[in-house]
Write a protein of this length. Sequence first.
Length: 290
Amino acid sequence: MALLAAALCALVMFSTRDHIEPPAAPPRTTARAASDDAVLPASARLTRYEQARRGIDPQVFQSVGPGVYQIIRLGAARPPGDALAFVHSRVQRARAGDFSATFEIYLAVRDCQNYISGDADTALALEVQGGVDPRELSTSERKLAECTLLAGNAALWNEHWLEMAAHQGSIEAQLMYAVDVTSVLGPSSQRLANPEKTLEWKDTARSYLEQVAATGNLDAMVRLSNAYAKGVFVQRSSEMSYAYALAANRMKPGTFDAAFMVSLQTDLSVQQQASARSASAEIYNACCAH
C-alpha cells in the first residue's frame, strides 16, 4: 500500500458510460476567476472553506491555518478483502450521486489496476539485502488475489469513476483529475485517437483546480503553479506560475523554496514581476483573506 500512497503523492503525493460532461459553468480564465471570487464577502469565502471541509474525509483533511487546508491521504485505498465486494457495497450510492462512495470506488479500482498491471510497487523490483522483501511479496500476492474478481468485471473495471466523482463534486477527485490522466483519457494511444477529449480534459482540469484553490486548498495552488511552470494543460507562463507560488507561500510559508522562487523571477521582467504580484494578491484574497 506504500505504493498507492506514493503514487497519490507523486500524482501530488492514483464505464459503461462513454463520456461525463464537464462542470456546467464554463472554465474561467485565472484572472477572471480571481476577480469574480474577490468580490465575495469574507463570510462567503469562509463558507466555501467550511463546505469543502464538510465534504472531505476528516481523516485526510489537514488544516494549515485559518481558511487554508491540505488533503493528506496515506492510508490504504480500501480495507483488506475482496475488492469486488467492496465496490459492490458502494455502487448504488455512487450512481445516486454520492461522491464519497464514487471516489472510494475509484481508489479501489485504481489500486487493483496498479497491482494487476505491475505498476503498484516498484519496491518489488529492488534488491533488499540480496533479494525481494518477503513482506512486499506477500502484500502483492494478497492484492492480486483480492483484485481478481473485480478485474473480471469489465463494466466496473472500465467505468470512469474518477471523472464521475469529480463531476459529482468530490474535491479529492477534482485534484486527482488533473494528474491521473490515464483514468480520464485512457492510455496514450487512445488520447492520440481522440484529441478533442484531450483538449476538454485540459480545460476541465484547469477549471477544477481553480475552483478547489478558491476553497483555500494549498494542493491546488501548488499544482497550478507547477502546471504554469511546465505548460501542463495550460499555456506555459512563468508569470502565472510565480503568482500562484507567491499565493501558496502566503498560505503556508516555505511551500516553495527560495531557489525555486528566484528561478521563476529570472524569467520575468520588472513589469511582469509586478503583474504577478498583483495577480497573486487577487488569487490569495479570493480564497484566504479574512
